[in-house]
Design a protein around this ligand. Structure first.
Ligand SMILES: *[C@@H]1O[C@H](CO)[C@@H](O)[C@H](O)[C@H]1NC(C)=O
Length: 432
């Protein structure tokens, strides 16, 4: 059955791509889309904040809730232009701008953005909580997402080369450039790091490929860590993974190199239910994803927040990011990108097979926060990663129903995860 889903996706990619050359304009069409749906679904947007929060940009949202907001742009060594969002201090507590405070760098997951750490509001979102607790909060955005869809030379709307990256590049180039920038601006020698999902994968990529970066991190907190995927829990996705290279190659061949751009996948019907945008190139994936996502979301985040979540998510990615996870699952190995032929691997890496990331290079002080209900990170894989790390330990979230998405948006994330991370960061500050 999954084979047919994979084929369906590929076919749909091809068909829709051929028929819909337009529809790539971003923010204006997005605002129109939301306006239209608001007029069609007044009940859905009964609360003015829900409507507004679904549509405002991250910096505007931070300002709306009374927090200091800064936007910074960083150019990577390979010329991508990334946008970072900063909450330099608290609103109610720890709000004296002149006080020096420890710096924390927060990195989002696949198809997400810095929005993950603010959209649930000051009570629940990690960005605000850390600012109130006395940290200088910097939130990154990976190349290709809504905020970092820019390059000094390549045009993301017309260049296939722009989308020629995986989370290997996000780790090697993006996190390195953003962390160096934060260190330069704040004059600090090191930052605390919090990553979610792909933000954990790319951290491990960076510190294994560029070991000199280990010293730039104080304590490191990886939520829902994804690297070893030998026992990937989702049967459906594991089957799809086998088609990943075909998918990436085909996608590139037909020009579909960007997937899940902001505002292109979900919408709401008149009953206020989430439905797929039918002319979307990933409509089949969307149809598969929605039941799984909705079942989880209703249990863990309030239904009235779904418009806000889906107003900011997905935030865009390259097809190759998915394909690289696909390779990781199907190879049961945490390796660099495998090219189609051994000769290409030889040219890129000097070996016929893509090399494994050398975990022994990773020396940072790392805590892996995982949950047993996470359908994207199996407990046994997280524990194996923890064992492989020199300074790694694993902490299980003390609620068995806690999901992959709860780390970003869950109503219990503060009590079950964020408070613990905050305490660990202050412990580090006190003892170093
Ligand atoms: C993508 O990058 C690889 C090298 O990393 C290169 O061999 C390939 O030609 C690139 N493809 C495109 C479409 O730019």
């Amino acid at each position: 059955m999954l084979k047919s889903v994979g084929v369906l996706i590929i076919v749909t990619l091809a068909v829709v791509r051929a028929e819909e050359p337009a529809a790539r304009s971003r923010s204006s069409s997005r605002a129109e889309w939301v306006r239209e749906h608001r007029s069609q679904n007044p009940r859905l947007y009964a609360n003015e904040d829900i409507y507004e929060d679904a549509t405002l940009s991250v910096p505007d949202l931070i300002r709306k809730y009374g927090y200091p907001s800064e936007t910074h742009h960083v150019t990577t060594d390979d010329n991508y232009i990334l946008e970072m969002h900063r909450i330099p201090h608290g609103r109610d507590k720890n709000n004296d701008p002149s006080v020096a405070r420890p710096v924390v760098f927060v990195m989002h997951g696949l198809i997400s953005s810095s929005a993950d750490y603010i959209i649930m509001g000051p009570e629940r979102s990690l960005g605000y909580i850390l600012a109130e607790e006395g940290f200088d909060v910097w939130m990154g955005n990976a190349r290709g997402n809504y905020y970092s869809r820019a390059h000094t030379r390549l045009n993301p709307d017309s260049s296939t080369s722009f989308w020629n990256f995986t989370w290997d590049h996000i780790g090697y180039y993006d996190i390195a450039a953003m962390v160096d920038y934060v260190l330069a601006i704040t004059g600090r020698p090191a930052v605390h790091y919090i990553g979610h999902s792909q933000g954990t994968t790319s951290f491990l990529v960076l510190t294994s490929l560029r070991p000199e970066y280990n010293d730039k991190f104080k304590s490191v907190h990886l939520m829902a860590p994804v690297a070893f995927m030998d026992n990937f829990p989702s049967e459906d996705l594991a089957s799809l993974a086998r088609y990943s290279l075909t998918l990436a190659n085909l996608g590139t061949a037909i020009g579909l190199d960007e997937v899940f751009a902001k505002g292109t996948v979900f919408t709401f019907n008149e009953q206020g239910e989430i439905v797929c945008i039918e002319d979307n190139s990933l409509v089949n994936f969307c149809r598969w994803f929605i039941p799984a996502f909705s079942a989880q979301s209703l249990a863990h985040f309030p239904a009235d927040m779904l418009p806000v979540i889906l107003g900011h998510t997905p935030a865009g990615s390259a097809l190759k990011q998915f394909a690289h996870y696909g390779q990781t699952i199907s190879n049961a190995a945490f390796r660099r990108w495998s090219y189609t032929t051994p000769v290409q691997n030889l040219l890129a890496y000097g070996s016929l097979r893509a090399p494994s990331y050398d975990i022994s290079n990773i020396k940072a002080d790392i805590t892996l926060h995982y949950s047993v209900a996470d359908t994207l990170a199996a407990e046994v894989d997280v524990l194996a990663l923890s064992d492989a790390l020199q300074n790694g330990k694993a902490k299980r979230v003390p609620l068995d129903k806690f999901t992959h998405f709860d780390f970003a948006w869950g109503t219990t994330a503060k009590e079950l995860v964020y408070d613990d991370i905050k305490e660990a960061m202050w412990d580090y500050e006190r003892t170093h």
